[in-house]
Write a protein that binds this ligand. Sequence first.
Ligand SMILES: Cc1cc2nc3c(=O)[nH]c(=O)nc-3n(C[C@H](O)[C@H](O)[C@H](O)COP(=O)(O)OP(=O)(O)OC[C@H]3O[C@@H](n4cnc5c(N)ncnc54)[C@H](O)[C@@H]3O)c2cc1C
Length: 337
Amino acid sequence: MNTAEDTGQKTDDRGFATAARQSLNRNAAKPLNVLSSVLCPLSSELRGTLRHDVDMRRHVSWRAGGRVERMYQPADLDDLSAFLKTLPADEPLLAVGLGSNLLVRDGGLRGTVLLLHSALGDLRIEADGSVYAQAGVPGAKLARFAALHDLSGAEFFAGIPGTVGGMLAMNAGCYGSETWDVTARVQVITRKGEVLERTAQDYDIAYRHVVLHAEQEEWFVGAWLKFSAGAADVAREAIKSLLNKRIASQPLNLPNAGSVFRNPQGDYAARLIESCGLKGKQIGGAQVSPKHANFIVNVGNASAADIENLINEVQATVEKNTGFSLHPEVRIVGEAV
Ligand SMILES: Cc1cc2nc3c(=O)[nH]c(=O)nc-3n(C[C@H](O)[C@H](O)[C@H](O)COP(=O)(O)OP(=O)(O)OC[C@H]3O[C@@H](n4cnc5c(N)ncnc54)[C@H](O)[C@@H]3O)c2cc1C
C-alpha cells in the first residue's frame, strides 16, 4: 500500500476521473474492479468526496492502525445510493461512523470505506412524534435534540461517542438502556443502492450483537426512534450527571475505543481484568488503563498490533486465571503487516 497524500477530491466529473486515473497508476500492480467502475459515466452524477490511500488513524478513536485504499463520503443518501450503483458486486465495503469501536490493522484495508458521519446528518421530529435520525448523527447530538424537544429516554446516547449507524450496528448502550430498546424501525441501504425499511424482527438482537436474518450485505442509513414525553431541564440534568460519571470513571484524556471486551454473563470484564493484576500492563504504546481496566489506551504511537497483542494477552491471562473467556466488543478489520 503506498503512502501518497490522502487529499479529498470532490467528485465532479474531472476530479473523479483524475482521482480514478491516479488510483490506477498507483495500483497498477494490483488492479481492483472498482477502478474501472469509477470511470463509468454514472460517476459524473456523484457529489460526494472520494479519497485514496487514506490514513485511518484520523478516523478511529484509538488513533492507531493502517490505511484504506479508498474512502467515499457521500453528500447525502441519494448520493450514497448513486455511488453504490457504480461499484462492482465484489468491492469490499466497510461503513464507518466515528470509528469509536474500530481498529484497522497496520497492513491496512482493501476496498472502500463509506464514511457516514457528517454525511448523513438529517435529524427531525416526525408527525407521529418519533425522531428520525440519519446514520451519521452523533449520539450526543441526538440526546441534546431529544432533550430540547421535551423527550425522555435518549439521555444515554450522550455518553456514547458514536453515530446512529454505529450504535445500531453495535446495539450500543449504557446505564441500562440499549439502542434497539428505543428503535421503532430502521432504514437501510443495500449494495445495489436500494433504500429499504426494516424492524427489529428482521434481526437477531442481543447485548452488543445485531445480525440481519437475511443473508444480504446492507448498511444502516437512518432510524425512527421512540422516546417518551419528558421535560427538557430534567433530560439536560440527566445528561450532565451521566457525563460527569464518565469523566470520573473513564480515561477520556487518552485515545481509546471504550470498553474493549463485552461483559461475560454474570460478571464484568473490568473486574476480571483488574483481578488478574493487568491494570497498567503495556505492550508498545498500548496500555490497559490504570483508571478503567476494560479500556486500552494509546499512550503514544501505539500500533494496531500493539493494541491487538495486548487484547490477546488480556484474554489469555483472564482465561487462565479465572476461567472466563472474554470476547472483544471492538471490531478489528484489515491485514496485519
Ligand atoms: C470513550 C468511549 C466510550 C464509549 N462508551 C460506550 C458505551 O457506553 N456503550 C457502548 O455500547 N459503546 C461505547 N463505546 C463504543 C462506541 O462508541 C460504540 O460502539 C458506537 O456505537 C460506535 O459507533 P461509531 O459510529 O463510532 O461506529 P464505528 O466505530 O465507526 O463502527 C463500529 C462498527 O459498526 C459498523 N458500522 C458503523 N456504521 C454503520 C452503519 N451505518 N451501518 C452498518 N454498520 C455500521 C462498522 O462497520 C463497525 O463494524 C465507547 C467508545 C469510546 C471511545
